[in-house]
Design a protein around this ligand. Structure first.
Ligand code: FES
Length: 155
């Protein structure tokens, strides 16, 4: 058993080579193609690509499905737990280190996603508006190049 044929049967990861067709009768069957098209594993796919967690790609569909299953509860599993969960998968190419790195990174990102580029610019813009308003409200504020504020008191 290499794990490459892993799919989801009623939401649970199963090996295709160990599943009889009759077991699928009336069941919901999902493959990596369906999960990929729906975007359900997009962050995992991106992390695998960014971290070189695949080489020939033979094992990748099955590992992505198992990783999705592992991360479904929203927790960040330990590296040992990730390795144990992948124990039914055989990867001839990567040595698993990058695969574990990618899955761990996705688990961490899912609980505290990094800000998207647009959000960061929007926050900076809002902060600038607040800052500009508070400067205008200040009695000492003067526009750049404008006259100095009048002196008050015994000047
Ligand atoms: S990337 Fe080749 S078997 Fe895993």
């Amino acid at each position: 058993m290499c794990g490459a044929c892993t799919g989801l049967l009623n939401g649970e990861a199963v090996r295709g080579c160990l599943t009889f067709a009759v077991q699928c009768d009336g069941a919901e069957v999902e493959t990596i193609e369906g999960l990929s098209d729906s975007g359900a594993v997009a962050d995992l796919q991106r992390a695998f690509q960014e971290r070189n967690a695949l080489q020939c790609g033979y094992c990748t569909p099955g590992i992505l499905i198992s990783a999705r299953e592992l991360l479904a509860d929203g927790n960040v599993p330990s590296r040992a737990t990730i390795r144990e969960h992948l124990s039914g998968h055989y990867c001839r190419c990567t040595g698993y280190q990058a695969i574990v790195d990618a899955i761990e990174a996705v688990a961490r990102a899912r609980i505290s996603p990094p800000p998207r580029a647009g959000e960061e610019a929007s926050k900076a813009s809002r902060k600038g508006q607040v800052s500009a308003r508070s400067e205008q409200a200040s009695p000492l504020h003067r526009p750049a190049g404008g006259p100095p504020p009048p002196l008050r008191g015994g000047g």
